[in-house]
Design a protein around this ligand. Structure first.
Ligand code: SF4
Length: 387
């Protein structure tokens, strides 16, 4: 199919892999993080790690929006949904993400909560219009990709005078999370992990552009290559990163030129800036509290803010202590290192958020790589790579 097949050409992928093998200096280790869950999915699905030389390794990052939402916020959503007057609208992936004590939105729905799965913010608006006697709350999650549609829905609700529509905002931002990874000691509990460069997110960057990564690349001296989600995009980005490391460069490069510009989508950025402001701090599953890493509604839209309307006060909650999602989201372990992986935890019975969404590292490994990992005897714990 035009515009898919051309980015999935196996012969070309093997040629690029051979070029990577030639470019990678034999005595040097390269460790790159793909920030985004879409890239994690592509790397697992197309076996990209199998094509790389042993000294070029990929680390999975925290860029899966479902994975990083902490249990306490899911608890909040469940409490909201259990209110008799509330209809909670959510994307389907969130239904099975574990909250505290093994609760999920799916279980709350089975217990009688009015929870509706939607494909877009417009679906939630339609429900609010059709059922004016219900308090319709949209559970908004995601990075910069899904934030503009939430902003548009808020504008539309205001424009249509929908007094029964509100948003429970959990939108998060990419650059502060990349910073948190790079500043890992001491913020991430002293755990140290080396990243030589990032594959920057694809869809996020269509909105933000590549500019926001420049400060990080310069400050931490780490190259960033924004890449598309197709396998040739990813392997090409790895080659670009290897070349930057060899040259001692730490530039922001754009592999995904067919969709991403330096400036991004100005209209989407303006809509976001009109509706949202930065939170001083927000908890991420795996990363803990990350300053200025999430958005909330501006006071001008306080009447549409579910957090204010329903006086939500988030109480931090514990994850399943046997679940390793936290260390996996920080790139410190691979999914197979978790004792529950493929035993009690699978996409049918997820014990942690990383096994729920296809973009989660555990789900991707389970779906595409669990047998390969075992057969290859791959190390499941990240070795510390000397600088
Ligand atoms: S395999 Fe399951 S329990 Fe283990 S880290 Fe992944 S999601 Fe958590």
């Amino acid at each position: 199919m035009k515009h898919i097949d051309e980015y999935r050409n196996g012969a070309l992928a093997r040629d690029i892999a051979a070029t990577i093998a030639q470019a990678a200096a034999p005595g040097r280790q390269y460790q790159f993080m793909e920030f985004c869950g879409g890239h994690t999915h592509a790397i697992s699905r197309y076996g990209i790690e199998d094509l790389l030389p042993a000294n070029v390794q990929m680390v999975h990052g925290p860029g899966c929006p479902v994975c990083v939402l902490p249990a306490g916020r899911i608890d909040d959503a469940i409490k909201l949904a259990m209110r008799p007057e509330v209809t909670l609208c959510t994307y389907a992936d969130l239904m099975r993400v574990p909250a505290s004590g093994g609760a999920t939105l799916l279980r709350a729905s089975a217990a009688g909560a009015d929870i509706r799965m939607v494909y877009s913010t417009l679906d939630a608006l339609r429900i609010a219009e059709a059922e004016p006697h219900r308090e319709v709350v949209f559970l908004a999650i995601g990075f910069e990709t899904t934030t503009p549609p939430t902003a548009l829905a808020i504008h539309a609700a205001r424009g249509r005078g929908l007094g029964n529509f509100s948003v429970f905002c959990n939108h998060v931002l990419t650059p502060p999370a990349m910073r948190a990874i790079l500043e890992s000691p001491p913020r991430l509990g002293g755990a140290k992990m080396r990243v030589d460069g990032f594959i920057g997110p694809a869809h996020v960057s269509t909105v933000t552009g590549t500019r926001p990564y420049r400060v990080l690349a310069a400050e931490f001296k780490k190259p960033v290559v924004v890449a598309g989600f197709e396998p040739l995009d990813v392997i090409h980005a790895i080659l670009m990163l290897v070349r930057q490391v060899n040259d001692g460069r730490h530039d922001v490069e754009n592999q995904y030129t067919r969709c991403v510009t330096a400036e991004g989508n100005r209209i989407a950025q303006e809509k976001m800036a009109d509706v949202f402001e930065l939170r001083p701090s927000f908890e991420w599953r795996g990363l803990g509290e990350v300053p200025f890493s999430a958005l909330r509604l501006r006071t001008e839209y306080a009447d549409i803010d579910a957090e204010l309307r329903f006086a939500i006060t988030t109480v931090p909650a514990m994850d399943n202590p046997a679940c390793e999602c936290g260390t996996i989201l920080r790139g410190l372990k691979k999914p197979a290192a978790c004792k529950l992986f493929g035993t009690v935890c699978s996409p049918e019975t997820p014990m942690g958020s990383c096994m729920v969404s296809p973009e989660g590292a555990c789900a991707a490994h389970w779906t595409y790589g669990r047998f390969r990992d075992r057969a290859a005897g791959r190390q499941s714990v990240r070795p510390e790579i000397p600088a």
